[in-house]
Design a protein around this ligand. Structure first.
Ligand SMILES: *[C@@H]1O[C@H](CO)[C@@H](O)[C@H](O)[C@H]1NC(C)=O
Ligand SMILES: *[C@@H]1O[C@H](CO)[C@@H](O)[C@H](O)[C@H]1NC(C)=O
Length: 154
């Protein structure tokens, strides 16, 4: 996992922006000039996977709910992998996706409201490797030139 080094408090919102990029082919699907994230960081990041492997990033907002991008629906994510930066590690915790919820306002053309919630079949155990991320309190407005942070396996 890598991250573009810069920080600000609006992580959840910003992650969404990344997730939007991660599912796309070609430009926008990669993190450019990122850095390898320290092991003990981004504990809320999960990998959405289907039978062929990683398809999108997401983040844990409750023990049994993951937020991700609606455009990831078409990759049919079947399970999530939690608590790891190394997707090749066979000991990674894996939980099945029970249900996918897409906002009815999602528009695939302009990627408006590109948000999807995944209900997991089981609750994960929060611990030193797996934590939830707090969602922003409501409406937030980003100013021009705000410094943001993105994360993913791009
Ligand atoms: C989706 O977005 C495109 C581009 O902005 C727009 O032309 C189209 O009307 C939108 N579709 C719906 C159902 O809102
Ligand atoms: C996960 O959930 C399924 C179905 O809800 C249940 O059968 C299974 O025992 C659960 N697994 C664990 C490890 O809790």
């Amino acid at each position: 996992m890598s991250f573009a080094a810069i920080m600000n408090g609006l992580q959840a919102f910003l992650l969404l922006q990344v997730l939007t990029c991660l599912g796309q082919i070609g430009h926008g699907s990669e993190i450019i000039h990122g850095q390898k994230a320290p092991e003990n960081s981004f504990l809320y990041m999960v990998s959405l996977q289907n039978n062929r492997g990683h398809v999108c990033g997401g983040f844990l907002i409750r023990e049994d709910f993951v937020m991700t991008a609606a455009h990831c629906y078409r990759f049919s994510p079947l399970h999530v992998v939690l608590g790891t930066h190394n997707l090749k590690d066979l000991h990674n915790e894996k939980i099945e996706v029970e249900k996918r919820f897409i906002t009815p306002f999602f528009n695939y053309t302009d990627l408006r409201d590109d948000i999807m919630l995944l209900k997991l079949a089981n609750k994960t155990q929060l611990n030193s490797r797996v934590q939830t991320i707090q969602l922003p309190p409501g409406e937030i407005n980003l100013e021009d030139n705000e410094i943001c942070q993105v994360a993913g396996w791009g």
